[in-house]
Design a protein around this ligand. Structure first.
Ligand code: SAM
Ligand code: SF4
Ligand code: SF4
Length: 333
């Protein structure tokens, strides 16, 4: 097991399998920046599934336990079940996927058959008008709900449902989402709107703090705090006092959790980022395509992790000016 400069292990990897997306969520890929003329990565610059599997294999030897496939929208990448099959071959690796759910109705069964165990679906609103305003491509919420049902039917449970809360846009959707999903076995998680990238025009005023989200829910459905499942978990857990299940709140802005952050990120073009907010990543693609052996790969990854001292959210909370940022759709959230 390898630890970084602050003593943190390397446990989780988020793999962005594509930088493309069929949504233009206002907080992630705003249309005025990601318009028709936006240049996405050409296919040759994107890591192949074999290359991704090699990176995962090398990281396994350093302590990796969990891989989450993300993007862009991961279900837009052709043949994703074949990557799932390659990675699920690593027996004890916890393999999950985060998706906007738009293509889940048709793909859930194939992914489950390939060995996927868990899915997180992003869903910011139940009201169709609000949902369309947030995805900004007129995508109807009903199709995401169908995707959620298909994932549950395929056994990809317990399902997590992520909602990013942006003040004035979907904060009124908090209670409808809770009413819909409590008691279903799906775990709803509210996420503070983060200052990722430079394109979403983030302002602290747009963030609905986790404490406020919890208080809003607690007024209608009394809640009780639960201990974390895993110290590296980003979400604080709460249970409904009436026994209707649990929910999570990710307070990445108001309660930074860098001290327990064991997460690395692999961008679609094969760079390893040691923080969601890191401005630069380590170019693994160059190494892979120059014929590096597994031992070379492992040594390089170990060196990158040992040098890691990132703690962006804590620095932001401390008011550190001039911190750099990378786009969320590129690095995969
Ligand atoms: N397209 C997939 C999806 O939406 O689930 C996977 C990639 S998306 C970048 C991963 C997660 O990041 C989503 O749950 C999304 O809501 C979240 N996200 C994107 N921009 C965000 C922001 N500015 N603040 C908080 N979460 C954000
Ligand atoms: Fe696409 Fe996901 Fe970003 Fe929305 S949050 S634009 S679905 S990558
Ligand atoms: Fe981890 Fe960076 Fe997020 Fe802190 S800011 S929790 S180090 S990814």
């Amino acid at each position: 097991m390898v630890t970084d400069a602050l003593g943190r292990a390397l446990r989780d990897l988020r793999v962005s399998v594509t930088d493309r997306c069929n949504f233009r969520c206002v907080y992630c890929m705003p249309k005025d920046v990601f318009g028709r003329e936006h240049a996405f990565l050409p296919p040759g610059q994107i890591l192949s599934y074999e290359e991704i599997a090699r990176v995962v294999g090398a990281l396994r030897g350093l302590g990796l336990r969990k891989v989450r496939l993300t993007g862009g929208e991961p279900l837009l990448r052709r043949g994703l079940p074949s990557l799932v099959r390659m990675l699920s071959g690593h027996g004890d690796l916890d393999l999950a996927l985060t998706t906007n759910g738009s293509a889940l109705a048709s793909q859930a069964a194939g992914l489950a058959a390939a060995g996927l165990r868990r899915v997180t679906v992003s869903l910011d609103a139940l009201d169709d008008r609000v949902f369309r305003r947030m995805n900004d491509v007129e995508f109807p919420v009903a199709r995401v709900l169908e995707g959620i049902d298909a994932a549950a039917a395929a056994g990809l449970t317990p399902l997590k449902i992520n909602a990013v809360v942006r003040r004035g846009m979907n904060d009124r959707e908090i209670l409808p989402l809770v009413r819909r999903f409590r008691g279903t076995g799906h775990v709803l998680r509210f996420i503070e709107y983060m200052d990722v990238g430079t394109t979403n025009g983030w302002r602290m005023d747009d963030v609905v703090p986790a404490d406020e989200i919890v208080a809003t829910i607690d007024r209608e459905f009394p809640l009780e705090a639960l201990p974390p499942d895993d110290p590296a978990d980003t979400a604080r857990r709460w249970r409904f006092r009436d026994g209707a299940g649990e929910l999570g709140v990710v307070a990445s802005v108001t309660k930074a959790f860098c001290a327990g952050c064991t997460r690395a990120r692999l961008s679609a073009d094969g760079r390893l980022f040691t923080c969601l907010f890191a401005a630069q990543g380590f170019d693994l693609r160059a190494l892979l395509r120059a014929g590096a052996s597994d031992a070379d790969l492992r040594a390089a990854l170990e060196g990158v992790w040992r040098a890691r001292a990132d703690r962006y959210s804590e620095l932001r909370a401390a008011g550190t000016p001039g911190l750099p940022r990378v786009e969320m759709s590129f690095i995969g959230g």
